[in-house]
Write a protein that binds this ligand. Structure first.
Ligand SMILES: Nc1ncnc2c1ncn2[C@@H]1O[C@H](COP(=O)(O)OP(=O)(O)OP(=O)(O)O)[C@@H](O)[C@H]1O
Ligand SMILES: [Mg+2]
Length: 247
């Protein structure tokens, strides 16, 4: 029997495209007949008046699941700051055990659960723990989303080094074009990010996912379209097969 699997999607930074990549990934898995659950353990900067635009709601829509929002997204805070500070601002604290408990409920429902982090790997979650501790506790392999363009190489290498130190299995480094490259210099910067990272990383390198224009107001259509793209199909295959290997 196939054992349960899943993946933790982390990023080299906030805003690098974790939600877009995760949403397209779960859409692809669902389209190819796989039952997949989603989780966004902590989300900050949540506008209660625009819950549909939250990462959790976007992931649920892409996976077409109807679990309760509280199960998928146990900690939501309005302040757009790091999880630890956002929780403190509400007089709350984030309990690792509570996230694990809800993750296990989802893992019992789905053969695969895609979990999206918040910000990057070392984002503080409590006074003595961070996102990397959650990843270790969930024992999930990681997909690292990083941007192409200036700064992308250093951020990706730093995060991969930190993951390696923690002995976290990395399924892939997924590169995303988070800004439109309009000039030849910008295009050169993107190409050199990909070329140099290819030489320096030992994990599979996927992408770059091209910049999508326009995304504003077309989130669902873009996710649907990206689900059929080559980098997302390759990612879905990697994620699914990572689970098969353990069966
Ligand atoms: N390839 C792309 N083309 C166009 N826009 C993109 C692309 N990737 C990301 N974006 C845009 O950049 C912004 C950040 O992306 P996203 O929300 O996926 O990042 P994130 O890593 O999930 O951020 P957070 O840390 O807040 O969860 C969004 O507005 C998204 O629509
Ligand atoms: Mg996100």
């Amino acid at each position: 029997m196939r054992r349960m699997t899943g993946v933790f999607v982390t990023g080299t930074d906030t805003g690098v495209g974790k939600t877009l990549v995760s949403a397209a990934l779960v859409r692809r898995l669902a389209q190819t007949g796989h039952r997949v659950g989603v989780m966004k353990p902590v989300e900050t900067g949540v506008d209660a008046g625009a819950l549909d635009e939250s990462d959790a709601a976007r992931l649920m829509a892409a996976a077409a699941v109807n679990d309760s929002l509280d199960l998928v997204s146990p900690y939501r805070f309005p302040a757009p700051v790091a999880p630890f500070s956002a929780a403190e601002a509400q007089g709350e604290h984030i309990a690792l055990s509570e996230i694990v408990r809800r993750y296990e409920r989802l893992a019992a429902r789905y053969p695969c659960v895609v979990v999206e982090g918040a910000g990057g790997l070392l984002v503080p979650m409590g006074h003595d723990w961070d996102m990397s501790d959650l990843i270790s506790r969930l024992s999930l392999p990681v997909v690292l989303v990083g941007r192409v363009g200036l700064g992308g190489i250093n951020h990706a290498l730093l995060t991969l080094e930190a993951l390696e130190r923690r002995r976290t299995r990395v399924l892939a480094l997924f590169l995303n074009e988070t800004a439109l490259s309009t000039t030849p210099v910008q295009r050169k910067q993107c190409a050199s990010t990909v070329a140099l990272l290819k030489k320096r990383v030992s994990v599979p390198l996927l992408g770059p996912l091209p910049y999508q224009l326009p995304l504003e107001g077309r989130w669902n259509e873009t996710v649907e379209q990206l689900a059929g793209s080559q980098p997302i199909s390759e990612l879905a295959e990697l994620v699914w097969n990572a689970g098969e290997e353990t069966s």
